[in-house]
Design a protein around this ligand. Structure first.
Ligand code: GUN
Ligand code: FE
Length: 426
């Protein structure tokens, strides 16, 4: 496959490469290279010409709650803990009903597709069959994902709490089903957060991590009341980070921790050493009044950070809006912390493409050998009367683009069409 157009990608943090009107060659799903002139060996082959459109690596969202997508914006007058109790847990309890799960998860996948997220790491619910259905639907969609059955056996309402042994057995069954039956969906261990999982459950999950060599995702230091609660629950363990570590849930290079706002330097050292991916969820942190993660300081310390949505702690799955929000919040933060430089747009793009893509392998860039995941984006130029260069087109798309602007989506070198045919354009 040969594409012609304006390719934008970020080989390093802060570095944006723009290849205008060049040719990108894809073979077996991988980028061969980008060429100014089409090499002779490809002469005569069909070229897909995308004209003035910009072509970006597709977004990778490493922290999203699939069952919560239908609640975007609901309950944001509350902080995290009452928000979970009042709005989120009752919604997640509905996924016992497979008809509800089917309708909701198809909407979830259609929406991610629409806004250009081709890979994600999602929390399901604690329900085994509902979560399995999400995995199967994702495999059918042509996108790629890590998906986990949520584990929660304490401090949760009766409608959304499991027995420890059953939680572990259901998790292991899904790990095996996933390994045997799915190709583009992989299982990720998903203890909800420390307050919802007993020491026994965390120990068991840590052992499953070892046995099957699995990645892990959870929440870390998101909200002050939550942090104080973890301290109360585990008075003998010095930090929130160390609770996960002690139970084998900080697996090196294979762990995503969402939020990670209130961390000591000692915790950051552990997270850095273990290459834990910190999912920065700026919009959620504002919507639930959680706080501001010191992103610049974390990046300067060499921590692994990416930008993620955390829907429905945030109100949209649209990753372009999360880039914009991360930049906006960093500018407000800079006003009161002038030593913490604001995030630039190329930096934000890197954190949501190449950096987040690294969790999937060579994903999120157009360098040779990368899996070809891409979005073809057109922005309004007033019928050609307001010509825009590719960088301006990127700015227009990041700040106010939406699904109408994304014309074509690719994942692993294949065009991905709208996954499910639902009524009312859902
Ligand atoms: N902490 C525990 N569960 C959740 C959740 O569903 N969303 C967010 N944002 N934080 C959590
Ligand atoms: Fe979350």
């Amino acid at each position: 496959m040969i594409l012609k157009g304006n390719f934008l990608y970020t080989p390093e943090l802060g570095q944006l490469t723009i290849r205008e009107q060049e040719y990108l060659v894809v073979k077996d799903g991988l980028v061969v290279d980008i060429y100014k002139e089409l090499p002779k060996e490809y002469a005569g082959e069909q070229v897909i010409d995308y004209g003035n459109a910009i072509i970006l690596p597709a977004f990778n969202d490493l922290h999203i709650h699939a069952p919560q997508m239908v609640n975007r914006g609901v309950g944001f007058d509350q902080e995290l803990l009452p928000w979970l109790e009042t709005y989120t847990f009752p919604l997640e309890a509905r996924y016992k009903d497979m008809d509800f799960a089917d309708r909701s998860y198809k909407r979830f996948l259609n929406r991610l597709w629409a806004y250009g997220t081709m890979r994600f790491s999602a929390f399901g619910t604690l329900h085994k069959e509902g979560t399995w259905h999400l995995m199967e639907l994702t495999e059918q969609s042509g996108m790629s994902a890590y998906i986990g059955k949520v584990n929660m056996d304490r401090n949760s309402p009766d409608i959304l709490r499991e027995e420890t042994a059953a939680s572990l057995a259901d998790t292991e069954e899904l790990i095996c089903r996933c390994n045997e039956q799915l190709k583009n969906v992989r299982f990720i261990l998903t203890p909800r957060f420390v307050p919802s999982t007993t020491a026994e459950l965390m120990t068991g999950l840590g052992k499953l991590g070892e046995k099957y060599n699995l990645p892990v995702q959870s929440h870390l230091s998101e909200n002050r009341s939550e942090v104080a609660w973890v301290k109360e629950l585990h008075p003998d363990i010095p930090t929130y980070t160390q609770v996960y570590q002690d139970f084998g849930l900080m697996r090196p290079g294979q762990t995503i921790m969402a939020h990670s706002i209130y961390l000591s330097d000692a915790e950051k050292e552990t997270l850095k050493e273990r290459h834990v991916m910190l999912a920065h969820c700026a919009q959620s942190n504002a919507d639930l009044s959680s706080g501001i993660m010191p992103l610049r300081r974390n990046l300067e310390m060499g921590l692994d950070c990416c930008i993620a949505s955390d829907v429905a702690g945030s109100h949209t799955v649209a990753m372009n809006r999360h880039l914009a929000m991360s930049i906006e919040v960093s500018k407000l933060n800079w006003l009161s912390h002038p030593e913490e430089a604001a995030l630039t747009l190329p930096e934000a793009l890197y954190l949501a493409t190449k950096k987040s893509g690294s969790f999937f392998g060579k994903v999120g860039s157009f360098e040779p050998g990368y899996e070809f995941d891409a979005l073809v984006v057109e922005t309004d130029d007033v019928d050609g009367k307001l010509p825009r260069n590719p960088f301006e087109r990127l700015e227009l798309f990041v700040y106010d683009g939406d699904d109408r602007d994304i014309k074509v989506r690719y994942c692993r070198g294949k065009e991905v069409k709208k996954p499910f045919d639902l009524k009312d354009n859902l």
